[in-house]
Design a binder for this molecule. Sequence first.
Ligand code: SF4
Length: 469
Amino acid sequence: MGKTLYEKVFERHAVRQLPSGQYQLLMGLHLVHEVTSPQAFQMLREQGLPILMPERTFATVDHIIPTKSQLRPFADSLAEQMLEHLEANVRDYGIRYFSPEDGSQGVVHVIGPELGLTQPGMTICCGDSHTSTHGAFGAIAFGIGTSQVRDVLATQCLAMDRLKVRRIEVHGSLGPGVYPKDVVLFIINRLGVQGGVGYAYEFAGEVFDRMDMEGRMTVCNMSIEGGARCGYVNPDTTTYQYLEGRQYCPQGKAWDAAVRDWDGIRSDPDAQYDDVVRFDAAEIEPMVTWGITPGQSTGVRGRIPSAESFAVDEQATVREAHRYMDFEPGQAILGTKIDVAFIGSCTNGRFSDFEEVARLVQRSGSKVAPHVRALIVPGSQSVRRALVDHGYDRVFTDAGFEFREAGCSMCLAMNPDKLQGREVCASSSNRNFKGRQGSPQGRTLLMSPAMVAAAAVRGEVADAREVFA
Ligand code: SF4
């Protein structure tokens, strides 16, 4: 019987089964950032432990870095202190650090792929939930907690349960103006935010076969929002074309050998899945969240659903969402006034995301509505440089967007980019939890970058297919 990619990668990395029934799993790549690592390094120091494989450990700074200027020292002394700790830790333990000063800094899930650190068949972990992003390359990648960061630093291993595998097929073709973000919001809407608990998600079907790597990253990034521990796409020529020649990828004969090996880790045609679900791409519209979980969403032409239209055990959360977001059941999502527009994050902060927005804005000659604060925040310094090289920074600033430095910015607002009071933000990020964007009362509407741009231009939720027609 054939095997899934998940099973093959898991078995390759399983060191042994533990008495608890879990497996000790070797981690091929450990990505570290400033927020979840300081206590882990402190624990190592207290226990006098070295890092077992510093050559498999890479660090950057993303959450706390200001995006107006990266000049040191930061105005926020706590942020400055956190970065100083990271700098001391990477120096003391001999870890490669991608820093703002050397031009290689960025959101950890943006720089891993762009440097070619992320490769098919790997196990990848990071003290950040959205590590699932790296599954786009056919890796098994997941977020870990601070004590696990310590464990991986000390042993390069983790104790893991084996997951079930759900294959999610999306067949057919996406309509114009429908993007990978819409696909993943649609999937989460249908399967629920808890639907993936205990599962790895395998994304398959023509829509993913045709999707570029940056789109696949957007989808895998949000697997975690659907409850799955990780999500992946089987590697193919699209994967290899993206990776070939990147800094940390094998070169020459080693590259050819790696591709042969990666071809062998794809799920077999006769692999058995614990579950298979199929969707028709024609059903997917540009999506907008109206609630306080990424599953509470609707097509842009839809209306806010009533609590009664949900299962009994979900109704309290739906009513809470209505109250928090100030939405009435039956109300159209179109026309919801926004105050802030944010395009960035590890979900949608890559070159193709911004290129598409620049193309739409430039072609239509659109300008940001006067009452809207609109931020363009590249996911990495490398993305930022590429945007400048193409002249897109000018397109954005001429249209009224602020063009910022690289970082997580308003995705989590652990930096000066925050909502104020009850502001409503159209956001290309991945979470719309209460207070997620820095104000305890702030409200987030998740959508694709094109839809954020449309909202920025109209000053309210709008259908990008019309705004940029
Ligand atoms: S962009 Fe957002 S989700 Fe991604 S790593 Fe930063 S804070 Fe986390």
